[in-house]
Design a protein. Sequence first.
Length: 137
Amino acid sequence: MLAGSAAAVADEVAISELFAEACVYTLPSFEEAASIAAERGMLPQTDGTFKGNGFTLNPAVKLTSGPSACIVFGKGGDHGEVANALLKTMADRGLTAESAVKKGTYVTVKLMVDGRETEIKILPFVNILTSLTIFQP
């Protein structure tokens, strides 16, 4: 991230806060994600996603490995900085990551939520967007 880039910092904070509220804090069912999206002015789409404020929220993704996932796509800036913003947001609510590892352009965060191992992946999406995914294997 370039020093002094207020817009990039705002994007990183905005995407991490939306992800935390709609996905992290609604584990494991993500049922409350729709009401959080509505509160944030996001509109429901015919494919089950919600769009608004430059973000797409998909709270009902079924992964091929079995678990359900919640995903947020949007402009987020540097993935390491998005991870830092997310870790701060979660810490403010009492959730602490067991690990956060950056490998290339990907960041993996592991934490325990309600006694279950939980994994968050922060990665590039279509070269210009950031994707945050949470699931419990």
